[in-house]
Design a protein around this ligand. Sequence first.
Ligand code: HPA
Length: 272
Amino acid sequence: MIDMNTKYEKLIKILESEIPFKPEIGLILGSGLGDFAEKTKIIKTFATNELPDYPQSTVEGHKGYIHFAELNDKKLLIYQGRIHPYEGYSIAECVLPVFIAHRLGVKKIILTNAAGGLNHLQPADLMLITSMNTFNIKKELAQLIGLATTEMRQRFFDFPSAKINSIIQSAALKEQVLLKEGVYWYSSGPSYETPAEIRMTQKLGGDAVGMSTVHEAVYASALGMEVGAISCITNYAAGISPNKLNHQEVMETAELVKEKFEKLIKKIIELF
Ligand code: HPA
């Protein structure tokens, strides 16, 4: 079992001594969605490359900043950039943002990502995640969390939170943002899927496919946080459209949905 408290003791000590306030709400911004941070009142920013033992994101669109920010009197901890297993990092490293949030007192966390769409999902849709698969990472997560107590074991799959999801649905209604719903299917990457893999995913019940979020969601819920997650559909999954996928397309579509994404997140935070 990995002891995160020991592994990141130095990092937590630095943050604890320098943070401007104790954050209530955590927000991880996915590929191309980082600009939301600029819509808030940023009080203090840490560059992750200046924090000891913080893994560096190598993906375009992931800036590597941690902001302490305010919005409608709510105190936020915002991650502009995330770390993915496909970059070669362990699950313990990839859940570090969630661990930090937990240590600093965050009780609610919103995870966002870019994903490929299947079934009823199309590029530029926003999708509320109603469930996820954890096949590939369950064992690694269990080793990390240790599942030491019955309570932790019970919380292991208590995500997404029904309460948070109903707040997200109300926010979408109030802002008149069309929010589709579906199952997020984790794919380990590093490459996009093959058309055959997407046909299999469709049969297994996935509506959107992506390479992040699932480990963060499981870990956060095991630590007792309420978790909600939203995908920005940036492209048709492989084989659904004849075009070859690329990261540029993901970034361009994320730019297109920026406005409705920001409107939705602002409202969710207001309703929390
Ligand atoms: N597959 C996996 N990850 C992704 C995709 C995709 O089609 N789009 C954005 N992230």
